[in-house]
Design a protein around this ligand. Structure first.
Ligand code: GRF
Length: 195
């Protein structure tokens, strides 16, 4: 296959991260095993010491740090970078910032997020703790398109996870994380089929 043909056929993903990057790793592994057709062209972090950057570099993926000392500058630089990169999808994989409306308008139905609850339940931070405190018998994870709200956009895929009697935030989060990884990869596969 020529390089030009590869570029035409292969959807491009940019992944935005802030920390550990296990969901990024799930995408890298899926790409390596040809479970998804998309390729990750760039990983952007707003934290210079995010472990996600090491994961990307180990996989030979370009990385960029756009620090967030100044919120306005961060989003201006980030938006320009994303416009230049022109990806098919932008994946928020543990990116701990809410994107301003201009991003949603510039990339409608192209920005997706992974969240550790069955949305619309338990939006925002500490979703696993919220689920435990609510005393529900099951929770889960959601991959959804990002809209102008916080964890409110159209749902692409969800997976459920039972809450066990002795669960702690740590034990529940660890099990949920495994579900998140599978959910994110399957959601990408669904998007690829529809595109
Ligand atoms: C995940 O639980 C994700 O759902 C949430 O932030 C966490 C990121 O984990 N948005 P990781 O950086 O992908 O390991």
């Amino acid at each position: 296959m020529t390089f030009e043909l590869f570029m035409m056929q292969t959807p491009k993903i940019v992944v935005l991260v802030s920390g550990r990057g296990s969901n990024l790793q799930a995408l890298i592994d899926a790409q390596t095993k040809n479970q998804i057709q998309s390729h990750i062209s760039l990983v952007i972090s707003n934290k210079p010491n995010a472990f996600a950057l090491e994961r990307a570099q180990k996989a030979g993926i370009r990385t960029l740090v756009i620090t967030d000392q100044n919120r306005k500058t961060l989003f201006k630089n980030l938006l320009q970078t994303l416009k230049n990169e022109n990806p098919d999808w932008i994946v928020l994989a543990g990116f701990m910032k809410i994107l301003p409306p201009e991003f949603i308008q510039t990339f409608p139905q192209k920005i997706i997020n992974i969240h550790p609850s069955l949305l619309p339940d338990f939006k925002g931070l500490n979703a696993q703790k919220q689920a435990l405190e609510a005393g529900v018998s099951q929770t889960g994870c959601t991959v959804h398109f990002v809209d102008e709200g916080c964890d409110t956009g159209p749902i692409i895929l969800q997976k459920t996870e039972a809450i066990l009697p002795n669960d702690t935030v740590e034990s529940l989060s660890a099990r949920l994380l495994q579900k998140e990884h599978a959910c994110l990869v399957e959601a990408l596969q669904l998007l690829e089929k529809k595109s």
